[in-house]
Design a protein around this ligand. Sequence first.
Ligand code: GTP
Ligand code: MG
Length: 443
Amino acid sequence: MLDKLTQKFSAALRIISGKAVITEKNIDDAVESIKMALLEADVNLRVVRRFVNATIEEAKGKRVLNSVDPGQQFVKIVHDKLAAFLGGDSEGLKLKGPDTLSTVLMLGLQGSGKTTSSAKLALRLKKEGRRPLLAACDLVRPAAAEQLAILGKQIGVPVYTEEGARDPVTVYRGALARAKKDLNDTLIIDTTGRLQIDEIMMDELKRLRDAARPDELLLVADSMTGQSAVDIAKTFDEKIGLTGVVLTKFDSDTRGGAALSLKTVTGRALKFVGTGEKPEDFEPFHPDRAAGRILGMGDVVSLVEKAQEVIDQKAALKLQEKMEKENFTLEDWFSQLQTVKKMGSIQKLLEMIPGMAGQVSEEDIDKENLKSQEAILSSMTRKERTNHLIIGPSRRSRIARGSGTSVAEVGRLIKKFEKMRTMMKKMAKMGKNPAALQQMMGR
Ligand SMILES: Nc1nc2c(ncn2[C@@H]2O[C@H](COP(=O)(O)OP(=O)(O)OP(=O)(O)O)[C@@H](O)[C@H]2O)c(=O)[nH]1
Ligand SMILES: [Mg+2]
């Protein structure tokens, strides 16, 4: 499902995501690759342009280029833009409460998956505790009613059919009466599909729409037809009015273009995707999750969010200044340790970064060492931590006792700190590279 798009996007993001410093040129290159990926996925050209412009504009802003982790900021921008183009917040069905009958009209071209999707939706609603009734209003295709009846039996949902009926509106009225009698709360109407959008089809649908006044008018479209699925949705929306779209056959090698253009072109939300032939193969569509999946790095997004929560960027810059001037104290070190701890397991965290998986071993992160460091630091007074020079022999033995370590260990920590401080000063001057710095601090 959208594997190809995922591959392309990951490759494009790799241009940037590992870098501590990125240039406008890096952004241009990455965006160009993303553009190609979208075009190959059969996304509407206008949509691609809008996507690209919006991404570039935000990515070249000062906030990204100057940020502590520009690469990850970029990934987040692409993710958020992608989610917005996929439809923003996910929209479920808007059905009435269980005491009032709700009606869902399923429409679409021939073979798009209307009958299958009607049954899938019925099963889903049934699992949610509703009492659906399926109405077989496709009177054109031979055995259409029978197909629905078989599916209904399979999923344990009643199906209303009328032998020899000629007008779908009559069948609808019969189904409505049955639903009232049997206390069903949702009526799902399967309709006739035609090879093309023609006047007869539209008239029939309009009559059904006016009679049923459905709560949901769902267009069922085949995602494999790419751009044309979007055009079809646009036409149906203009002529009949839609409340949402179901894209079927998402399990096949669809290029994903339809899902990406739909909302921008039609303004209608993709509400469900069909992911196979079985009645269970039906999922509500969540734009943000889909974006994560396409980027193949949902984890990175949550990582960035997590990092943003704990690392205050201003604090990081202040820290850098301190390092340059050799004002870095044990107190700063202590608070760094707290930050690292807040972020959870360092190893897990690093593994979320693309390209880092498998490259960090437990030994790199000396947990025991971290723990005793923290114990020693927290046994010092604030005054001691801000000026380590006052820590003489008697203070050392007090700290050792307080932290359950030895005087030698306390001495080692202070030595290590002094060495680190000199090194940091060099680094800070050399690279002015807070990202690398933070990585070092983390270890
Ligand atoms: N792989 C896959 N096949 C699907 C999906 N949805 C529907 N199909 C298949 O597509 C074919 C057509 O599905 P139908 O539900 O009969 O389509 P329809 O729109 O009702 O067709 P008409 O009534 O002839 O207009 C069937 O073989 C379904 O099994 C899906 O999400 N994935
Ligand atoms: Mg059908």
